[in-house]
Design a protein around this ligand. Sequence first.
Ligand SMILES: C[S@@+](CC[C@H](N)C(=O)[O-])C[C@H]1O[C@@H](n2cnc3c(N)ncnc32)[C@H](O)[C@@H]1O
Length: 134
Amino acid sequence: MTIETGVLQRYSEGAEAVQPELCCPVDYDRELLALLPQEIIDKDYGCGDPSRYVQKGDVVLDLGSGSGKICYMAAQLVGDSGKVIGVDMNDDMLNFMTNGKALPGRWLKALNFVRSPLPPPNHLPNPVWTKVMR
Ligand SMILES: C[S@@+](CC[C@H](N)C(=O)[O-])C[C@H]1O[C@@H](n2cnc3c(N)ncnc32)[C@H](O)[C@@H]1O
């Protein structure tokens, strides 16, 4: 098995069901989590909270966006003038995170998800980033 197929398989399992071994305790801003479905919060495989660096008007690129939790948090912070682009190579993760787009709220207009291995291709929308998260 290659590293890529191993990573794909592990995170496909993570999109299907919560994988406690992939989770680390992170103290997120609870106000930003309030609108998110519990399933996105539960399938949290992040190991830090980069949303604290996001400001109004930022164009944020989230590399390896997983369940999309940080993207949804950042989208609430960037406002109408900002944008958030989540990039992930795993179709199961992308399907899972884009299901969250059914959420109400005009801040979702700021969100885009792109399927790509890293580094992402040059044709991503608006290639002028003010913040890059990994
Ligand atoms: C730790 S999880 C995501 C955590 C997420 N940023 C968060 O904070 O909730 C890592 C994600 O990166 C993706 N990933 C890992 N290696 C990748 C690569 N080479 N190209 C694209 N995506 C990758 C995986 O599919 C997985 O969804």
